[in-house]
Design a protein around this ligand. Sequence first.
Ligand code: ATP
Ligand code: MG
Ligand code: MG
Ligand code: MG
Length: 562
Amino acid sequence: MKQSQMLIPTLKEIPADAEIKSHQLLVRAGYIRQIASGIYSFLPIGRRVLRKVEEIVREEMEKIGAHEMMMSSLQPAELWKESGRWNTYGSELMRINDRHDREFALGATHEEVITSLIRDEVKSYKRLPLTVFQIQNKFRDEKRPRFGLLRGREFLMKDAYTFNESFESLDESYNKMFNAYTNIFRRLGLNFRAVIADSGQMGGKDTHEFMVLSEVGEDVIAYSDTSEYAANIEMAPVVTTYEKSLAAPKNMEKVATPDQKTMQGVADFLGHGLEEGLKSIMFKVDDRFVMVVTRGDHEVNDIKLKNLYSADIVELASEEKTKELLGTGFGSLGPVGVSEQVEVIADSAVEVLVNVSCGANEEGYHYVNVTPEKDFEVTQYADIRFIKEGDPSPDGQGLITFARGIEVGHVFKLGTFYAKEMNATYLDDQGKSQTMVMGSYGIGVSRTVAAIVEQYHDERGITWPANIAPFQVHLLTLNPKKEEQQQLADQLYDQLIDAGIEVLYDDRKERAGVKFADSDLFGIPLRLTVGKRAGEGIIEVKERVTDNQSELNQSEILSAVS
Ligand code: ATP
Ligand code: MG
Ligand code: MG
Ligand code: MG
């Protein structure tokens, strides 16, 4: 394709709002443009890259017997009400009304739509297991859209769904999907880890996230330096329990345990959603409140926990206050007491040390300014500590290292949650009605493009792996005013096109310096420069990543680039 005819608006300057490399480079190199916060258009070369990633995803899906379909983005509220998520999904779900004032959601994910389709169309065990997928824009009204394609409000996702007869069969589908994901991210050249993740409130059990290792990742993962063990930090607690005898606490200052409404108020103040079922403990320090959110047995949503146990505890109370508080006070969750020690470990990150003490509290109240054991005896005393760097790995192999990760994929055993809520059943081989068992599997296709750029760039621009680059060859002339250069380049262009090679031809009447700078920015693997030796049929070949250069004769070019 000819550059003079293509919309590739490059920028010399770093866009003011772009904090991270992938955002900066994708905008500067003319791959994407922002339309509104978290909403982007893919320009022609951006679209080409997106399609390459899509194609790899599509191939690996088809290899495991998944079939592509396309569901509507507009989803009637009724379906979301059936699953219950109309209420629980919160403000991330974009909602609109039609002219008759009927409610709709813009698809944030498609469990409801696919479940309603399958329950109507699949009635017999003979049609199971069944796997479908689609590659389609999703809409989520993210609280903080940022980092360009990494966290958008409209973004491209591959979502797949499996329907099985049993949990055993689900395990098989899940493993196939897991392996397909591994293949996909390998083929994309990414340095990634599959980590154990939090199943949150979805009711499912097994779930893994695929994390691309990157400093700009919003998640922290803990992994073993010598084994396969890897977990989202939220999922890697070390727990030890022992028992002691108990005496009820006496003469202690009581503070009412906050009700859901108060917690919601604090959550709003903190700038976080608080989903139903989320439990938290509030401490009162002077006139200020500190909120610690618990997880694990307390079914806390992963994201909320992550955010809440990071900066916000510090926001509400200074580090000193927090420590002071933890040295002396403890809070409770009604009948089961949980005292929390919060330790500020790095920057704004906070580690929560949880001491669970059962029975030490009264329902509806917790006590302040008491120390378990000192002020009262404790029966069951569980010491739950989140894993630290250098700890032995929970699988007994190696030591734990922390790394930041970008969640590019997520595989999830949903179990029967949606099928039950939405009544998706089939007849088994005995003619008996059974509930379907489901799995759900996502890949952030547009996010993955950004993740690739995070791992593939240098100071001059993007350095795409060849199978994802928008073109394989970038052809340009040093001086298009020179007749012999122009001629040779035109010839080469035709030859490359005829040979089916993806070539971008910079035929613009620009200075060589401008063309080279753009070329480096784009990150096309091979550059062919027709320059001073055009008269002899000699072309300069340069590899983008290694900077290796050679001069080749026109006749050698085809074999060198294919
Ligand atoms: P996150 O924790 O980053 O908010 P998520 O857990 O909410 O992501 P899933 O519901 O698991 O996301 O969706 C499947 C995949 O879609 C994610 O693994 C991620 O790659 C991608 N994705 C999710 N939200 C966004 C977004 N706002 N922008 C781009 N990609 C996203
Ligand atoms: Mg999210
Ligand atoms: Mg997530
Ligand atoms: Mg996820």
